[in-house]
Design a binder for this molecule. Structure first.
Ligand SMILES: N[C@@H](CCC(=O)N[C@@H](CS)C(=O)NCC(=O)O)C(=O)O
Length: 245
């Protein structure tokens, strides 16, 4: 099996990858509930039999295995953790009110459809221009999420209000890559001048015990991106800033 296993376990194993925003979501949710779990680091180049058997349809991480039963797809995993461990240490991740729950799910799906899919060419763009254009679009999407924060937080600390909710976890998983975007292509997308509420939220979120140590450093992510591009058949572009020099 690729990677190493760490941690205790309550019948819970997570198959993951340190750089994956989707895996980070699942790990934050497990931490919020105070759950211990076995963590197994996978390699996308050498997927373990356990991963291939647990997620035969998509063959992707994260996969949460609970008492031998696999749960796939990060947002489903986060919601599963919330439902399967209602009396876990932390507050509920999804609101109890059906309308608030629908609003949280709407914005979580917006992060998936608009933020993530818009951001992908920052990682996989063939040209520096393609990456810069993608980053500019991400910047615009974050402007919309600034408004979402006002709506969801109702003036409180997190998207979930006084406690961390679904949108916090789903968006929070992307923070490392959002911070790394400037180093990758020269466009700063996390900008206090444009989205002051989001920037302050991100700082509070990263300082949480459940999150500390999970958001990867910018340098490590930049190196990961550089290392991964040849395997994806992509040219090794210099970061935009360096192209300008
Ligand atoms: N929609 C999935 C996306 C998961 C995903 O894309 N995982 C990537 C790592 S970031 C992966 O496992 N890729 C495997 C591959 O591309 O072969 C989720 O939310 O869990």
């Amino acid at each position: 099996m690729a990677g190493e296993a760490t941690g205790g376990g309550q019948g819970l194993t997570l198959l993951g990858l340190w750089a994956s925003p989707f895996v980070i979501r699942a790990r934050i949710a497990l931490n919020l509930k105070g759950l211990t779990y076995v963590y197994t680091e996978e390699s996308l180049y050498d997927k373990s039999e356990l991963l291939l058997n647990s997620n035969p349809v998509l063959k992707k991480v994260p996969v949460l295995i609970h008492d031998g039963k696999p749960v796939c797809e990060s947002q489903i995993i986060v919601q599963y953790i919330d439902e399967a461990f209602p009396s876990g240490g932390g507050a509920p991740i999804l609101p109890s009110d059906p309308y608030d729950r629908a609003v949280a799910r709407f914005w979580a799906s917006y992060v998936e459809d608009k933020l993530y899919s818009t951001w992908v060419p920052v990682f996989r763009g063939r040209t520096a221009e393609e990456r810069v254009e993608a980053a500019r679009q991400v910047f615009a999407v974050l402007g919309t999420l600034e408004q979402a924060f006002k709506e969801c937080s109702k003036g409180k600390t997190f998207f979930g209000g006084d406690t961390v909710g679904l949108v916090d976890v789903v968006l929070g998983g992307h923070l490392g890559w959002l911070y790394a975007t400037e180093a990758i292509c020269g466009v700063k997308v996390v900008d206090a001048a444009k989205t002051p509420l989001l920037v302050a939220w991100a700082e509070r979120f990263c300082a949480l015990d459940a999150v500390k140590g999970l958001i990867p450093d910018v340098e490590r992510l930049v190196e990961y991106n550089k290392a991964r591009r040849p395997g994806l058949g992509l040219p090794l572009l210099l970061p935009y800033m360096e192209l300008q020099q």
